[in-house]
Design a protein around this ligand. Structure first.
Ligand code: NAD
Length: 247
């Protein structure tokens, strides 16, 4: 489904980003993975090997997407190496949960910088090239950006921002065959959610009509739909992958 395409996935050495990289490689795309710290280098190398075994070309680039110069270098190097970019998945994200009255300015700023500004940085740079060839940009938001969540005002604000950003940019590039969509996962089993206590998980489960948490693969399959021609007339959309949680 993605043969001949080049896809860059940010924050992709684990969790949802890793699942999307594997899913896209299985569909035939050449892959650029991205990691942010030296401590992730071993995981990045392992993932490169795993992807190469699937018969696609792979490049791993270290960059912190919240820093505009590093995001710019990430996109430039990807395009220089593969000659083009067809798919950008803005997946990198963090949480720094705290009730508002106890939340520090740094906790608020950091989450906005990575989750929202990081998407601005990568999308701005990539769209310069992608608007000439067409393509698909997929932004990772969250059901929390739709419905809010106590203790996550910084995260919810960043993810709601991603939705507004997605719809605005989708309108700007719709005439250029560059589609821009967002995925809003609910509760997905990854390192990000593993840190929650059993009590919190039980409370969340009560609000999921399908009565189970989702997997990274289930998010990746929706990303594949948005990346491929199966969604050729879809832009500015937010697709929930949440077992009915934010219905
Ligand atoms: P994760 O913590 O397992 O993975 C996030 C990845 O982003 C990591 O590889 C991390 O190194 C990378 N990253 C963090 N800051 C970065 C930066 N500044 N530059 C580059 N990379 C950076 O989390 P996940 O659960 O796989 O989440 C992936 C995306 O999905 C995030 O945007 C998250 O907000 C979103 N999401 C997750 C869930 C869930 O339940 N897991 C729900 C809704 C939305």
């Amino acid at each position: 489904m993605l043969k001949g395409k080049v896809a860059l996935i940010t924050g992709s050495v684990r969790g949802i980003g890793k699942a999307i990289s594997l899913c896209f490689a299985k569909a035939g795309a050449d892959i650029v993975i991205n990691y942010t710290s030296d401590s992730s280098e071993v995981e990045a190398k392992k993932l490169v090997e795993e992807l190469e075994q699937m018969g696609v070309k792979v490049l791993a680039i270290k960059a912190d997407v919240s820093k505009s110069e590093e995001a710019k270098a990430l996109i430039t190097e990807a395009i220089k190496s593969f000659g083009k970019l067809d798919i950008l998945v803005n997946n990198a994200g963090i949480t720094k949960d705290m009730l508002l009255l106890r939340m520090t300015e740094q906790e608020f700023d950091k989450v906005i910088e990575v989750n929202l500004k990081g998407i601005f940085n990568c999308t701005k740079e990539a769209s310069r090239a992608m608007m000439k060839t067409g393509g698909s940009i997929i932004n990772m938001t969250s059901v929390v950006g739709l419905s809010g969540n106590a203790g996550q005002s910084n995260y919810a604000a960043s993810k709601a921002g991603v939705i507004g950003f997605t719809k605005s940019v989708a309108k700007e590039f719709a005439g250029k065959k560059l589609r821009v969509n967002a995925i809003a996962p609910g509760f997905i089993n990854t390192d990000m959610t593993n840190v929650l206590t059993d009590k919190v998980k039980e409370d969340i489960m009560r609000n999921i009509p399908m009565k189970r948490f989702g997997s990274s693969d289930e998010v990746a399959k929706v990303a594949l739909f948005l990346a491929s021609d199966l969604s050729s007339y879809v832009t500015g959309e937010v697709i929930r992958v949440d077992g009915g949680m934010a219905m």
